[in-house]
Every structure is written in C-alpha cells, then in structure tokens.
Design a protein around this ligand. Structure first.
Ligand code: ZN
Ligand code: ZN
Length: 324
C-alpha cells in the first residue's frame, strides 16, 4: 500500500527523521542499482575491530534490491562508514544523560503491555542503559485538533507532530538519552498523509511509534512473536537513529531503511558488523558483551532464531580470539 499523496515530505525531512515507513515521497535523485551496490561494496571494505570483522560471514551483504524498496525511492542515500559516524559527534550516553524513557500514550491491551515490557528488555540489552517507563499519557489530554478519523478507514488517528512537539519535547526528562513514546493508536504526521509508523526528531532525542500496524499479539503465540519482532525492530532502529546511526547500505541489517512492513520483516533484529561497531563504540560496550546480552535476552523472550544467531556470533568471535 502506498500511503503518500501530498507534498509534506521536504518540511518533515528537515525537522524530523520520518520513520522508515511507506509514506515517503520518492526523491528527485535517481536511483541506480549499480551505484548503490558499489557504495555497499566499498562500505564493507572498511577495516573494523577484530571481533566485528569476525562476524562478517554471519551477515548477508546488502541486497537483492526489490521493487519499491526504500533505497529505490531514496537514491541519494550514501550509507555511513564507521569513520564518518565517529566524526559526526553523535548523541552518546554520559553521566548526566543515561536513560531511555518510554511513554505510553493511551490504553494498551494486556498482550500489548507485555509486548512493550519485552521490547524494553531487549532495548536495555541492546543499548546497555536502563529503560524506564513514565506515567501513561491519557488520550483525553490530546485535543481534537490533534486527532482525526481517517476518511476511508474510519479509525481514529493521532497527529505524530503534535505528540513530538507538544507532549514529548516539553516532558523530556533531563537525564534522557532518548524519550520514546508508544501508542496503540494509528499515527499521521499531517493532512495529506494516510499514516506513518512513527516519527522522530534526532536533535530533540525523541520519537513516537505506533504498534497499531504490528498485528494483534493476542491472536496466537505466532502473532505475538511477529508483533514483538516488529516492535523491537522499530525500537532499536529508531533509537539507533537517535544515536546518530544512519541507514545501512553495507548489509541486510536492522538499520536498513524500509518502505514497508514486508521490507523490514526481511531483516533480523541485529546490527550488522559495521553498525555494531558504531553502536558498541557509542555505548562503550565490548562487542562480545553486547552479543552475550542479546543472546540472553533473546532466549529469555523466546526469540529462538535470534538466540541461535547470537550464539553463533559469540562462537565466531570466540574462535577469532583463540586464533590470536
Ligand atoms: Zn530509519
Ligand atoms: Zn548495518
């Protein structure tokens, strides 16, 4: 489904990082598959630390590029090397800014609450900082001017820009590395849009994401796990952006841009070696420690494929250490 039908992208791109949804207007810059794959190749040649180098065979190089993928509508995307990342002076945790806060907007069902709690555990493991819930923000505090009923779908939607500017920014705690709001309602960023999965402001270190389109976790255990994977994927992708990590072009990675659920569902819940180098440098967590935490939390949350994947990554890095 293509949701975009108006002209707001430019203003939103300047002010915000729109979430990687299918609401993006194709940019002017022409997409070239050949050029993109060349950029991807050269990004993978960057020398990384011994442990992240050892992980390369566990990740699939970027591609194949399918019709409608994010990169086909954002042809000017150049990716980001580790060196470029370090030079960008990204937002990092420090003594005074060391918590990720979660704000729930409106009500959640019991299983949606559990999705959020499980996502917070994964975020804690991934970013190595404590993730805390603030008091729920009630829907009735959101004025009618910041809500609407979609004219075709008829369900209620909340204005994501209002949430960013009028709810999150004024209420961001001083020690917040990031403030992330979740809502079970659908979101729109302004008239002319059908919906967005979410919206973030990197400079303000805040973002809002909806779990409305992640499936009903109470349907079955399989639906629960799908909803959990999608919610974690959005949470760690967007928090990665708040930490200054740009869209990945090196590997099929959780930091790749995505135009649709189908596209983001193709990728796992791990940062690739290059993005992991950035993240572990940013958070100052050794690579093996990062992998251990993700292995443990995946096992705890019943993410079987992911726990096997991280166990394999741990084995790869251990092999590498013993070779030295
Ligand atoms: Zn993104
Ligand atoms: Zn990556």
């Amino acid at each position: 489904m293509k949701a975009f039908y108006s002209f707001l992208t430019v203003a939103l791109t300047i002010l915000f990082l729109p979430s990687c949804s299918d609401t993006q207007k194709p940019q002017e810059a022409a997409f070239s598959k050949e050029k993109t794959l060349k950029i991807s190749d050269s990004l993978r040649k960057e020398k990384l630390s011994t442990e992240t180098e050892a992980l390369r065979p566990n990740f699939k190089p970027f591609g194949p590029i399918l019709k409608g993928d994010w990169i086909t509508t954002h042809g000017s995307d150049k990716g980001q090397s580790f060196e470029e990342y370090k030079k960008s002076n990204p937002n990092r945790p420090n003594l005074t800014k060391n918590k990720i806060y979660i704000l729930q907007i409106g009500t959640f069902t019991e299983s949606q609450e559990k999705i959020l709690t499980d996502t917070m555990k994964y975020m804690e493991a991934c970013f190595g900082v404590s993730v805390k819930k603030l008091s729920t923000f009630p829907l009735n505090k959101i004025p009618l001017t910041a809500r609407r009923r979609h004219r075709e779908w008829l369900h209620e939607q909340l204005n994501a820009k209002y949430i960013i500017n009028d709810i999150l920014y004024p209420n961001r705690p001083d020690d917040a590395l990031a403030l992330i709001a979740f809502t079970s309602k659908d979101l729109y960023p302004g008239e002319g849009w059908n919906f967005v999965f979410g919206l973030a402001s990197l400079t303000k270190r805040i973002g809002v994401w909806s779990i409305f389109r992640n499936g009903d976790p109470s349907d079955s255990q399989a639906h629960y796990m799908t909803c959990l994977r999608r919610t974690i994927s959005t949470a760690i992708h967007e928090t990665g952006h708040i930490l200054g990590i740009k869209h990945c072009l090196a590997y099929e990675c959780v930091m790749c841009g995505s135009n649709s659920r189908e596209e983001s569902d193709r990728r796992g819940l791990s940062y690739c070696p290059q993005c992991m180098e950035k993240l572990t440098w940013n958070t100052d967590i050794p690579v093996r420690k990062h992998l251990e935490k993700l292995f443990k939390v995946s096992r705890q949350l019943g993410l079987i494929a992911e726990s096997k994947f991280f166990a394999n990554c741990l084995a790869k890095t251990a092999d590498k250490s013993s070779e030295k």
